[in-house]
Design a protein around this ligand. Sequence first.
Ligand code: KIV
Length: 268
Amino acid sequence: MRTWTPQKIRALKGARRFATVTCYDATSAALIEALGPEALPLVLVGDSLGMTMQGRADTLAVTLDEMVYHTRCVARALRTPFLLADLPFGSYQTGDDDGFRAALRLVKEGGADGVKIEGGARVVPLTRRLVEAGIPVCGHLGLTPQSCLAMGGFKVQGRDPAAAERLLADARHLEAAGCFALVAEGIPAALGAAMAKALAIPVIGIGAGAGTDGQILVWQDLLGLTPGRVPKFVRRFATLGDAAAEALRAYDAAVRDASFPAPEESYT
Ligand code: KIV
Protein backbone atom coordinates (compact mmCIF):
# COMPACT_ATOMS: atom_id res chain seq x y z
CA MET A 1 0.00 0.00 0.00
CA ARG A 2 1.25 3.50 -0.77
CA THR A 3 1.86 6.10 1.94
CA TRP A 4 -1.05 8.36 1.01
CA THR A 5 -4.44 6.77 1.64
CA PRO A 6 -7.98 8.07 1.07
CA GLN A 7 -8.22 8.67 4.83
CA LYS A 8 -5.07 10.82 4.86
CA ILE A 9 -6.23 12.75 1.79
CA ARG A 10 -9.62 13.37 3.40
CA ALA A 11 -7.84 14.62 6.53
CA LEU A 12 -6.18 17.37 4.46
CA LYS A 13 -9.57 19.05 4.11
CA GLY A 14 -9.46 22.25 6.12
CA ALA A 15 -5.87 21.54 7.24
CA ARG A 16 -3.96 22.59 4.14
CA ARG A 17 -4.40 22.99 0.40
CA PHE A 18 -2.70 20.40 -1.74
CA ALA A 19 -1.39 20.03 -5.27
CA THR A 20 -1.90 16.94 -7.40
CA VAL A 21 -0.80 16.11 -10.92
CA THR A 22 -1.39 13.72 -13.79
CA CYS A 23 1.29 11.23 -14.78
CA TYR A 24 1.54 8.57 -17.49
CA ASP A 25 4.99 6.98 -17.31
CA ALA A 26 7.60 5.63 -14.92
CA THR A 27 10.26 8.31 -15.57
CA SER A 28 7.88 11.09 -14.57
CA ALA A 29 6.56 9.06 -11.63
CA ALA A 30 10.14 8.68 -10.34
CA LEU A 31 10.54 12.49 -10.45
CA ILE A 32 7.36 12.85 -8.39
CA GLU A 33 8.50 10.15 -5.98
CA ALA A 34 11.81 11.97 -5.43
CA LEU A 35 9.92 15.00 -4.06
CA GLY A 36 9.40 13.25 -0.73
CA PRO A 37 6.33 12.33 1.27
CA GLU A 38 4.65 15.73 1.74
CA ALA A 39 4.66 17.18 -1.77
CA LEU A 40 1.97 15.54 -3.88
CA PRO A 41 -0.53 13.32 -2.05
CA LEU A 42 -2.24 12.07 -5.19
CA VAL A 43 -1.22 11.27 -8.76
CA LEU A 44 -3.76 10.65 -11.52
CA VAL A 45 -3.27 8.48 -14.57
CA GLY A 46 -5.85 10.47 -16.49
CA ASP A 47 -7.48 9.51 -19.72
CA SER A 48 -6.04 12.86 -20.83
CA LEU A 49 -3.27 10.52 -22.00
CA GLY A 50 -5.35 10.41 -25.18
CA MET A 51 -4.06 13.92 -25.81
CA THR A 52 -0.73 14.01 -23.99
CA MET A 53 0.57 10.57 -24.98
CA GLN A 54 -1.39 9.71 -28.11
CA GLY A 55 -1.78 13.11 -29.77
CA ARG A 56 -5.55 12.85 -30.03
CA ALA A 57 -7.98 15.77 -29.87
CA ASP A 58 -9.98 14.31 -26.97
CA THR A 59 -10.16 11.38 -24.56
CA LEU A 60 -12.94 9.38 -26.21
CA ALA A 61 -10.83 6.75 -28.00
CA VAL A 62 -8.71 5.81 -24.98
CA THR A 63 -9.20 2.14 -24.18
CA LEU A 64 -9.19 0.29 -20.89
CA ASP A 65 -6.11 -1.67 -22.02
CA GLU A 66 -4.28 1.61 -22.59
CA MET A 67 -5.31 2.87 -19.16
CA VAL A 68 -4.10 -0.36 -17.55
CA TYR A 69 -0.79 -0.12 -19.42
CA HIS A 70 -0.03 3.48 -18.39
CA THR A 71 -1.23 2.89 -14.83
CA ARG A 72 1.14 -0.07 -14.54
CA CYS A 73 4.05 2.06 -15.83
CA VAL A 74 3.39 4.72 -13.18
CA ALA A 75 2.68 2.17 -10.45
CA ARG A 76 6.15 0.65 -10.78
CA ALA A 77 7.84 3.91 -9.77
CA LEU A 78 5.32 5.28 -7.28
CA ARG A 79 5.46 4.38 -3.57
CA THR A 80 4.20 7.50 -1.82
CA PRO A 81 1.30 9.35 -3.51
CA PHE A 82 -2.10 7.69 -3.83
CA LEU A 83 -2.39 6.37 -7.39
CA LEU A 84 -5.72 7.18 -9.02
CA ALA A 85 -6.67 5.95 -12.50
CA ASP A 86 -9.49 7.03 -14.81
CA LEU A 87 -12.24 4.72 -15.96
CA PRO A 88 -12.12 5.54 -19.68
CA PHE A 89 -15.09 6.36 -21.91
CA GLY A 90 -17.00 3.22 -22.82
CA SER A 91 -15.77 1.14 -19.90
CA TYR A 92 -18.73 1.89 -17.61
CA GLN A 93 -21.41 3.56 -19.76
CA THR A 94 -22.45 0.08 -20.96
CA GLY A 95 -23.46 -1.00 -17.45
CA ASP A 96 -22.30 -1.16 -13.87
CA ASP A 97 -21.01 -4.73 -14.25
CA ASP A 98 -18.68 -3.52 -17.00
CA GLY A 99 -17.62 -0.56 -14.87
CA PHE A 100 -16.97 -2.83 -11.92
CA ARG A 101 -14.81 -5.16 -14.01
CA ALA A 102 -12.94 -2.19 -15.53
CA ALA A 103 -12.14 -0.83 -12.06
CA LEU A 104 -10.95 -4.25 -10.94
CA ARG A 105 -8.54 -4.38 -13.89
CA LEU A 106 -7.11 -0.94 -13.06
CA VAL A 107 -6.48 -2.07 -9.47
CA LYS A 108 -5.41 -5.68 -10.04
CA GLU A 109 -3.45 -5.34 -13.29
CA GLY A 110 -2.58 -1.64 -13.23
CA GLY A 111 -1.70 -1.28 -9.55
CA ALA A 112 -4.06 1.66 -9.00
CA ASP A 113 -5.19 2.52 -5.47
CA GLY A 114 -8.53 3.85 -6.65
CA VAL A 115 -10.50 4.97 -9.68
CA LYS A 116 -11.98 8.24 -10.93
CA ILE A 117 -15.35 8.24 -12.64
CA GLU A 118 -16.85 11.11 -14.61
CA GLY A 119 -20.49 11.98 -13.99
CA GLY A 120 -23.07 12.82 -11.35
CA ALA A 121 -26.14 10.97 -10.10
CA ARG A 122 -25.95 8.43 -12.95
CA VAL A 123 -22.67 6.98 -11.63
CA VAL A 124 -23.85 6.78 -8.01
CA PRO A 125 -24.87 3.07 -8.10
CA LEU A 126 -21.50 2.06 -9.59
CA THR A 127 -19.66 4.28 -7.10
CA ARG A 128 -21.53 2.68 -4.18
CA ARG A 129 -20.77 -0.80 -5.44
CA LEU A 130 -17.06 -0.10 -5.86
CA VAL A 131 -16.77 1.56 -2.46
CA GLU A 132 -18.56 -1.39 -0.84
CA ALA A 133 -16.12 -3.72 -2.58
CA GLY A 134 -13.18 -1.77 -1.15
CA ILE A 135 -12.17 0.29 -4.18
CA PRO A 136 -11.78 4.00 -3.37
CA VAL A 137 -13.60 6.26 -5.83
CA CYS A 138 -12.99 9.89 -6.75
CA GLY A 139 -15.85 11.68 -8.52
CA HIS A 140 -15.44 14.11 -11.41
CA LEU A 141 -17.99 16.85 -12.17
CA GLY A 142 -18.33 19.98 -14.29
CA LEU A 143 -16.54 20.00 -17.62
CA THR A 144 -16.27 16.23 -17.91
CA PRO A 145 -14.24 15.64 -21.11
CA GLN A 146 -15.87 12.26 -21.82
CA SER A 147 -19.11 14.20 -22.41
CA CYS A 148 -17.53 16.62 -24.90
CA LEU A 149 -19.84 15.44 -27.71
CA ALA A 150 -22.95 16.08 -25.62
CA MET A 151 -21.59 19.36 -24.24
CA GLY A 152 -20.76 20.65 -27.72
CA GLY A 153 -17.05 20.88 -26.93
CA PHE A 154 -14.91 21.72 -23.92
CA LYS A 155 -17.10 24.37 -22.35
CA VAL A 156 -17.24 25.81 -18.85
CA GLN A 157 -20.19 24.27 -17.00
CA GLY A 158 -22.48 25.48 -14.22
CA ARG A 159 -22.62 29.10 -15.30
CA ASP A 160 -26.34 29.61 -14.77
CA PRO A 161 -27.89 29.19 -11.32
CA ALA A 162 -29.94 26.09 -12.24
CA ALA A 163 -26.91 24.28 -13.70
CA ALA A 164 -24.82 25.26 -10.68
CA GLU A 165 -27.52 23.86 -8.35
CA ARG A 166 -27.56 20.60 -10.34
CA LEU A 167 -23.79 20.27 -10.01
CA LEU A 168 -23.95 20.93 -6.28
CA ALA A 169 -26.68 18.29 -5.92
CA ASP A 170 -24.55 15.82 -7.92
CA ALA A 171 -21.56 16.59 -5.71
CA ARG A 172 -23.62 15.81 -2.59
CA HIS A 173 -24.86 12.54 -4.16
CA LEU A 174 -21.30 11.47 -4.93
CA GLU A 175 -20.16 12.28 -1.43
CA ALA A 176 -23.07 10.30 0.02
CA ALA A 177 -22.18 7.38 -2.29
CA GLY A 178 -18.76 7.19 -0.62
CA CYS A 179 -16.36 9.16 -2.85
CA PHE A 180 -13.25 10.10 -0.88
CA ALA A 181 -12.62 13.16 -3.08
CA LEU A 182 -14.08 14.96 -6.06
CA VAL A 183 -12.49 16.58 -9.10
CA ALA A 184 -14.29 19.75 -10.19
CA GLU A 185 -13.30 20.81 -13.70
CA GLY A 186 -14.14 23.87 -15.77
CA ILE A 187 -16.63 25.63 -13.51
CA PRO A 188 -16.84 29.24 -12.25
CA ALA A 189 -14.59 29.97 -9.27
CA ALA A 190 -17.57 30.84 -7.08
CA LEU A 191 -19.13 27.42 -7.75
CA GLY A 192 -15.81 25.66 -7.05
CA ALA A 193 -15.66 27.43 -3.69
CA ALA A 194 -19.31 26.65 -2.95
CA MET A 195 -18.74 22.97 -3.75
CA ALA A 196 -15.71 22.79 -1.45
CA LYS A 197 -17.75 24.47 1.29
CA ALA A 198 -20.73 22.16 0.82
CA LEU A 199 -18.76 18.91 1.03
CA ALA A 200 -16.81 17.24 3.83
CA ILE A 201 -14.55 15.53 1.26
CA PRO A 202 -11.78 17.41 -0.55
CA VAL A 203 -12.67 19.06 -3.84
CA ILE A 204 -9.74 19.08 -6.27
CA GLY A 205 -10.13 21.81 -8.86
CA ILE A 206 -8.90 22.26 -12.40
CA GLY A 207 -10.21 25.45 -13.91
CA ALA A 208 -12.44 25.76 -10.83
CA GLY A 209 -10.80 28.74 -9.13
CA ALA A 210 -8.82 29.15 -5.94
CA GLY A 211 -11.54 28.17 -3.49
CA THR A 212 -11.19 24.40 -3.83
CA ASP A 213 -9.25 22.25 -1.36
CA GLY A 214 -6.70 21.06 -3.89
CA GLN A 215 -5.65 21.62 -7.49
CA ILE A 216 -4.74 19.27 -10.29
CA LEU A 217 -2.83 20.10 -13.46
CA VAL A 218 -1.80 18.00 -16.43
CA TRP A 219 1.95 17.15 -16.31
CA GLN A 220 2.72 18.51 -19.79
CA ASP A 221 0.83 21.74 -19.13
CA LEU A 222 2.40 22.64 -15.80
CA LEU A 223 5.92 21.84 -16.98
CA GLY A 224 5.51 23.80 -20.20
CA LEU A 225 5.99 20.82 -22.47
CA THR A 226 2.92 21.61 -24.55
CA PRO A 227 3.58 23.92 -27.48
CA GLY A 228 1.03 26.54 -28.48
CA ARG A 229 -1.93 27.86 -26.57
CA VAL A 230 -3.06 26.26 -23.33
CA PRO A 231 -6.40 26.75 -21.57
CA LYS A 232 -6.88 29.87 -19.44
CA PHE A 233 -6.66 27.91 -16.18
CA VAL A 234 -3.17 26.51 -16.92
CA ARG A 235 -0.09 28.05 -15.36
CA ARG A 236 3.22 26.89 -16.83
CA PHE A 237 5.52 26.51 -13.84
CA ALA A 238 8.46 25.78 -16.16
CA THR A 239 9.32 25.91 -19.85
CA LEU A 240 10.76 22.43 -20.27
CA GLY A 241 9.68 22.29 -23.91
CA ASP A 242 12.07 25.14 -24.68
CA ALA A 243 14.83 23.47 -22.63
CA ALA A 244 14.30 20.21 -24.54
CA ALA A 245 14.48 21.99 -27.90
CA GLU A 246 17.70 23.71 -26.84
CA ALA A 247 19.23 20.37 -25.75
CA LEU A 248 18.26 18.70 -29.03
CA ARG A 249 19.81 21.55 -31.01
CA ALA A 250 23.02 21.29 -28.97
CA TYR A 251 23.12 17.52 -29.54
CA ASP A 252 22.63 17.95 -33.28
CA ALA A 253 25.41 20.56 -33.43
CA ALA A 254 27.80 18.40 -31.36
CA VAL A 255 27.32 15.42 -33.66
CA ARG A 256 27.79 17.55 -36.76
CA ASP A 257 31.06 19.10 -35.50
CA ALA A 258 32.29 15.74 -34.11
CA SER A 259 32.62 17.06 -30.55
CA PHE A 260 30.25 14.29 -29.43
CA PRO A 261 31.12 11.68 -28.42
CA ALA A 262 34.35 12.86 -26.77
CA PRO A 263 37.14 10.39 -25.84
CA GLU A 264 35.78 10.14 -22.25
CA GLU A 265 32.43 9.17 -23.73
CA SER A 266 33.99 6.38 -25.79
CA TYR A 267 35.21 2.87 -24.86
CA THR A 268 38.90 2.00 -25.19
O1 KIV B 1 -7.83 12.92 -17.52
C1 KIV B 1 -7.36 13.79 -16.77
O2 KIV B 1 -6.17 14.12 -16.80
C2 KIV B 1 -8.27 14.42 -15.83
C3 KIV B 1 -7.76 15.62 -15.10
C4 KIV B 1 -7.62 16.76 -16.02
C5 KIV B 1 -8.60 15.95 -13.93
O3 KIV B 1 -9.36 13.99 -15.67
